[in-house]
Design a protein around this ligand. Structure first.
Ligand SMILES: [Zn+2]
Length: 210
């Protein structure tokens, strides 16, 4: 007669859940706008929805802007909605070089001392003294996922991404716990290219020291 060891089964289930694939979303350069800055760039308009994103309520807007730095211009930069309380621009290190600016690697919202930029639309322009960052790689997850993975908000983990011959172990990946958001790792285009990601159905695996 076999004895069911509930503890051993539970441990196995948790082990499977801890090693499950984390969907990877690749963030191309984009802009989040405050209501005031949006109104300056697009007077009389509402932020239009072009495409919903994986995170509930988040979307690529129909409006785009250009970014102008000391060394160059990047056109067709998507605005991501919804409207935020502050304006923030996210670029890759490669794009920062094209623009001629030196943004710090930061988490979203941590803008003190970040880089400046000019944002241009067909109707107007605004100059930011600060607000440009290179987004620090991170994983969004809800409270239940955090419990299963055994991680906490703001903790850093290692994540294995990509396939041979371009497999990359990303260190310093910050966990962001938010009950409203779904499990998704965010990398920028430099990081995605380094790992040979395809931009669709990419996944990573959190690597735990065991
Ligand atoms: Zn994110």
């Amino acid at each position: 007669m076999s004895v069911v060891d509930a503890g051993a089964i539970a441990a196995k289930v948790v082990d499977v859940l801890r090693h499950r694939a984390v969907p990877v979303g690749i963030s191309n350069r984009h802009v989040h706008l405050s209501q005031d800055d949006f109104a300056r760039l697009f007077p009389g308009q509402n932020l239009g929805v072009s495409k919903p994103l994986a995170q509930p309520g988040h979307f690529a807007a129909s409006q785009t802007v250009s970014l102008r730095g000391p060394k160059g211009v990047i056109n067709n930069v998507r605005i991501l909605g919804p409207i935020r309380t502050y304006t923030q621009v996210e670029v890759s290190a490669t794009q920062a070089r094209e623009l001629g600016i030196k943004p710090p690697v930061r988490m979203s919202g941590d803008l003190e001392g970040s880089a400046g930029i000019e944002i241009i639309s067909e109707h107007g322009a605004i100059t930011l003294e600060q607000g440009v960052i290179i987004a620090k790689r991170h994983i969004h997850m809800n409270t239940f996922d955090a419990l299963l993975f055994g991680v906490e908000d703001c903790q850093s983990v290692n994540v294995l991404v990509g396939e041979a011959p371009r497999t990359v172990l990303f260190k310093d990946v910050v966990i962001r716990v938010d009950p409203q958001l779904v499990l998704e790792m965010h990398l920028d285009t430099d990081e995605a290219n380094a790992a040979g990601l395809k931009g669709a159905n990419d996944v990573g695996e959190i690597v735990f020291q065991e």
